[in-house]
Ligand binder design. Structure first.
Ligand code: NAP
Ligand code: F7E
Length: 330
């Protein structure tokens, strides 16, 4: 029998790659599709899978729509990827961030419990929960210290998932994923902002790149690798919690150097530090220890930061070259 999966956040970076992976494995893939006035299907279109997934009107803040989506999709696996996921916005819309990224997960868990407690559940937890780090390398046992309304909302969702596993014996897993990027990354996140700027500057369509804290360090991996870890978690006998990371950390500054060097430019010639992009509280450094995911899931990151950033710059070079002349910078 065909396996069926339901993805919340299917139009996001991870949702699109996960849908592609599940389709390749033969799943019937449905997605909870929130109403938006403008087009949000560009990622599914870029992957050529827009017509292969079933989009079901719904929103993670609306429990009744989730119950309907579960009924219509007949999903045996649910991946909760929906979130207000941009940390910079979390201080400007803290309550919405809590409702979507925190309570949204509780709604999905309730929908699963009420529909069929046998449904397997994945929660998109995050390294942002470590925030002000309490250990040099963060693993599943490292205490949390979130530094943004986003991290706090995600921590609520994380503990709700564990609580539902312990209370109702749900097959519920959390993936504590460190930053992962791709050509499908939203333009507001720093890697894509940099690769897009490198492409525009190389093609004479932009002059400078304005950034905030370039000394911040992140453990960056490739989203295409990370969605595979999500799927592996739901194939285990029991639900559990896993750190998914590369085990290498790099400054925003060095990431800029890699991106600009790929198109023959020096980032220093174009970079302007703009306090507008500093955050009220910063996460200075993140570095994950993915040993458990390696041992238990047989998962390992296969893409280096250099490969990832050059892949992103190449994609942005193609996109910028294909734009009609006169298109303004993002
Ligand atoms: P993303 O590109 O921002 O995608 C978020 C998705 O959530 C979009 O499809 C968005 O739809 C949807 N969404 C927002 N509000 C919703 C609502 N009220 N109801 C239903 N859907 C809603 O994020 P991502 O990078 O793919 O990340 C996927 C998940 O992993 C997120 O939960 C994120 O917080 C988490 N995570 C990401 C990373 C990372 O580095 N990428 C690391 C750790 C954890 P619209 O576009 O229509 O708003
Ligand atoms: O920032 C610094 C910024 O916005 C990375 C989300 O997917 O990963 C992501 O959150 C670093 C920060 O990602 C700019 O201050 C400097 O230190 O790309 P980002 P993030 O905040 O780490 C986690 C794991 C998630 O779960 C989130 O959903 O870069 N930085 N200058 C800047 N960042 C941005 N965006 N823009 C700048 O101009």
């Amino acid at each position: 029998m065909t396996q069926a999966a339901l993805i919340t956040g299917i139009t996001g970076q991870d949702g699109a790659y996960l849908a592609q992976l599940l389709l390749k494995k033969g799943y019937a893939v449905s997605g909870v599709f929130p109403r938006r006035a403008s087009d949000t299907l560009w990622r599914l279109r870029e992957l050529g899978i827009e017509r292969d997934v079933a989009l079901i009107d719904g929103d993670v803040t609306d429990l009744s729509s989730l119950l309907r989506a579960l009924r219509e999709s007949k999903a045996g696996e649910v991946y909760n990827l929906a979130a207000q996921s941009f940390v910079g916005t979390a201080w400007k819309q803290p309550l919405l961030t809590g409702q979507v990224s925190g309570l949204g997960a509780a709604n999905v868990l309730e929908a699963v419990r009420l529909t069929d407690p046998g449904i397997r559940f994945y929660q998109a937890s995050t390294s942002e929960m470590f925030g002000l780090i309490q250990a040099d390398r963060q693993d599943e046992g490292t205490p949390f210290y979130p530094r943004s309304p986003y991290g706090i909302a995600k921590l609520y969702a994380h503990w709700m998932t564990i609580n539902y596993r312990e209370s109702f014996d749900l097959h519920a897993s959390t993936g504590i994923l460190f930053n992962h990027e791709s050509p499908l990354r939203g333009i507001e996140f720093v890697t894509r902002k940099v690769t897009d700027a490198a492409a525009r500057i190389a093609q004479g369509k932009q002059k400078e790149l304005r950034l905030g804290n370039i000394d911040a360090k992140r453990d960056w991996g490739y989203a295409g690798d990370y969605v595979d870890a999500m799927w592996r978690m739901l194939q285990q006998d029991k639900g559990d919690d896993y750190v998914v990371a590369t085990g290498r950390t790099t400054t925003v500054r060095e990431m800029c150097r890699i991106a600009f060097a790929h198109v023959g430019l020096a980032y220093e010639d174009h970079l302007v530090i703009d306090p507008k992009f500093l955050r009220p509280a910063e996460v200075d450094v993140l570095l994950g220890n993915p040993a458990k995911a390696q041992q238990k899931l047989g998962w390992t990151a296969t893409t280096s930061l250099e490969q990832l950033i050059t892949m992103m710059v190449d994609a942005d070079m193609r996109r910028v070259a294909a734009e009609p002349s006169g298109t303004p910078a993002a």
